[in-house]
Design a protein around this ligand. Structure first.
Ligand code: AMP
Length: 200
């Protein structure tokens, strides 16, 4: 009998998160913990390229752990978001759309930590691309300290009122702790969810 196949390795993870750090230190702690876990696992970080806010804390932690960080930043944001000087690779792109496309192409899966409007924009683009079946890469939402509770309620309300398929549970996997991110992504890489996306 052949042994059960191992979950495919998560080689790169794109993390969307705030360019600010939030007031509660719990958010920076979560970003740091995730960064160290990625480095220990040998998973490259694909991120917005800045060294500010949660994004910066996450990138610093990956480097501290000996991992690799791949920044993707539009030229006009290089100064504003302070392009990370320690990036293993810093890909400078002409605009926001090129940034999202390249971040998508370079990543095996996506993770969303707390953030603001930019984070929401990035998350919903990747979620709606999945809804349109343009890809089937895992999307892991980390509900750090219940930060995303109101958005999860809104998403559930969309299903209840007939504006979204109940398959939203297949589009986004919610975890409470950053420690669960790598396992959740690799489980989904092993067993893609796409066939369930549009079940009502
Ligand atoms: P924020 O969550 O608002 O702190 O932004 C987090 C990241 O999202 C930053 O790196 C921003 O450059 C990026 N961002 C801001 N606005 C947009 C947008 N419209 N589309 C894609 N990314 C954005």
């Amino acid at each position: 009998m052949s042994p059960p196949s191992a979950a495919p390795k998560l080689r790169s993870l794109c993390v969307f998160c705030g360019s600010q750090a939030g007031f509660d230190p719990v958010y920076v702690t979560a970003a740091t913990t995730l960064g160290l876990a990625l480095a220990a696992h040998g998973t490259d970080l694909v991120f917005g390229g800045g060294r500010v806010g949660l994004m910066g804390a996450l990138a610093d932690a990956v480097l501290t752990g000996g991992g690799k960080i791949i920044g993707v930043i539009p030229g006009f944001l290089k100064d504003k978001e302070l392009a990370h000087p320690g990036a293993t690779e810093m890909l400078v792109v002409p605009d926001m759309h090129s940034r999202k496309k390249l971040m998508f192409e370079r990543s095996d899966a996506f993770c969303i930590l707390p953030g603001g409007m930019g984070t929401l924009d990035e998350m919903f683009e990747i979620v709606t691309w999945r809804q349109l079946r343009l890809h089937d890469k895992p999307i892991i939402l980390v509900n750090v300290a219940n930060y995303w509770a109101d958005m999860i309620t809104l998403l559930d309300g969309m299903v209840r009122t007939g504006f979204a398929y109940s398959g939203r549970h297949a589009l986004i996997t919610v975890v409470d702790q950053v420690e669960a991110v790598i396992g959740a992504a690799e489980a989904e890489l092993k067993a893609p969810k796409a066939p369930d996306l549009f079940k009502v």
